[in-house]
Design a protein around this ligand. Structure first.
Ligand code: 5GP
Ligand code: ZN
Length: 119
């Protein structure tokens, strides 16, 4: 699939375009932020690109600024959520071994408690 196209079956494309109503904690022309439906930590948000890119492995050179912006927005939202000082983790799962289940680029922003290092 051409990653420039929206995937009509993609749940995150549906959230980004409003087809699946979801409270957005942050939005701009490039990314949106909403709560993970199955939170693993007291704060568990998803920073999601508006552009449908199937995974980090599918990013191209032209997406470099976009991926950087995801980190910048995660930083800003962490401050707004009050976890910037206590600490937080950002994670991008890419591909089967990472456990990625939604094939649309997103960053997890997790915090609000002490996080053990994972497997
Ligand atoms: P992945 O394993 O692909 O990195 O994580 C995808 C995340 O998206 C999971 O943590 C899952 O709980 C979350 N998720 C899946 N479907 C939905 C949805 O429809 N709405 C929201 N808010 N989160 C979702
Ligand atoms: Zn998508």
């Amino acid at each position: 699939m051409n990653p420039e196209q929206k995937d009509t079956d993609c749940i995150f494309c549906k959230i980004v375009n409003g087809e699946v109503p979801t409270e957005l904690l942050y939005q701009d022309e490039d990314v949106v932020v909403f709560r993970d439906i199955n939170p693993l930590t007291p704060v568990h948000l998803l920073v999601v690109t508006r552009k449908h890119i199937p995974s980090l492995a599918h990013m191209s050179d032209e997406d470099t600024a976009l991926v950087g912006k995801m980190t910048r927005v995660a930083n800003q939202v962490a401050k707004e959520q009050g976890i910037a000082d206590s600490g937080y983790r950002v994670t991008i799962n890419s591909g089967a071994d990472s456990g990625q289940i939604v094939p649309h680029l997103h960053m997890h922003l997790m915090g609000g408690r002490h996080l053990r290092w994972g497997h």
